[in-house]
Design a protein around this ligand. Structure first.
Ligand SMILES: [Zn+2]
Length: 345
């Protein structure tokens, strides 16, 4: 009886298999612990006839020894096969990892930054959550200007005693210009790229957030001619050497005089087509000479210094460059759309 049991256990032990440390521990408990199968043989062993005790005792010892060795061997195997080196098949072909692409807005923003950097503009950055002082007050916005209305701007926190302390999502990157003028001495020549927020219904032509690049140059004797030449150089770099520009009078609170700039339609070359509504021109940016009030608000002596500023929408330029008809495509993360720009940069 007991011999049969020993034989059977020996067979079991010899064919033990385990694939991790946990399984090995379960096997150890099953066979080698105090309450394990091998110790359980001892109760039968007591009833064995005296003359057989020696032989059977040796068999039990042999079984125990085999179990110990087997479990140790399993442990060693796990030790090596657990090593990640064993899992790497160096002969396998490379796994096809799909490469991402740059976002079209990033491509165009980088291009704009690159063009102005080559003209000596340096990058400036600022917070997207701003106070009214930096977004509106120092930019010469009147107290009752509609941009300060909740219908146009996202408010984070209002201050009933002092509107200039209202916390808002910046509605233009001009707030970065304010911060630069407050902290730097002229000459100042910066471009401020970044995301801005407006309380707009989301449609093909408008979104509640978009991207701007604004430029600011302040020095002695800066004139409108400087502005026009810099913008002409930009337009030619961005849209081709034959590009013409025209400036139309406009109004912004922070510049005087102000202008909107059009470029000759790069689809029809100025002859007129559906894209430019048969005018031959497409609008690309707003600009002007920095209002002396803005300079004074930011602690710069307007009797010594003058400057110009311009601002363009990255989505607008991207639309012109790639003829994207729906603004929403830029933020929907549809990879079919994004993959179109694989070769763009
Ligand atoms: Zn055209």
């Amino acid at each position: 009886m007991i011999l049969d049991k020993i034989e059977q256990l020996l067979k079991e032990v010899n064919s033990l298999k385990a694939s991790n440390a946990e399984e090995i521990e379960t096997l150890r408990l099953k066979y080698l612990s105090k309450k394990g199968e091998i110790n359980a043989l001892m109760s039968d062993f007591r009833n064995v006839a005296a003359e057989e005790k020696k032989a059977i005792g040796m068999k039990i010892n042999e079984l125990k020894q085999t179990a110990i060795e087997k479990i140790n061997a399993l442990r060693e195997n796990i030790g090596t096969s657990d090593d990640s080196v064993a899992d790497i098949d160096l002969t396998r072909s490379a796994y096809p990892i799909p490469l991402g692409t740059r976002h079209p807005l990033t491509i165009v923003e980088n291009e704009i930054i690159d063009i102005f950097s080559r003209m000596g503009f340096v990058l400036a950055d600022g917070p997207e959550v701003e106070d009214d002082m930096h977004v509106f007050t120092r930019m010469n916005f009147a107290a009752d200007h509609p941009a300060r209305d909740m219908q146009d701007t996202f408010f984070v926190e209002t201050n009933p005693n002092d509107a200039t302390k209202n916390i808002i999502l910046r509605s233009h990157t001009s707030s970065v210009q304010t911060r630069v003028m407050e902290t730097q001495e002229p000459p100042i020549r910066v471009i401020c790229p970044g995301r801005v927020y407006r309380n707009e219904a989301i449609t093909a032509r408008a979104h509640c957030f978009f991207h701007q690049v604004e430029g600011l140059y302040i020095d002695k004797n800066v004139s409108f001619t400087d502005l026009k030449q810099v913008l002409l150089s930009f337009a030619r770099e961005m849209f081709g050497v034959d590009t013409k520009i025209r400036l139309r009078p406009s109004y912004f609170p922070f510049t005087e005089p102000s202008a909107e700039m059009d470029i000759s339609c790069h689809i029809c070359g100025g002859g007129g087509c559906g894209f430019c509504k048969h005018t031959g021109w497409v609008e690309i940016l707003g600009c002007g000479m920095v209002d002396p009030n803005v300079l004074e608000q930011c602690g710069i002596d307007s009797s010594i210094y003058s400057g110009y500023a311009f601002g363009l929408g990255v989505e607008r330029i991207t639309n012109l460059k790639y003829q994207v008809s729906d603004l929403r495509l830029f933020s929907e993360n549809d990879t079919r759309f994004l993959r179109e720009f694989e070769s763009a940069y």
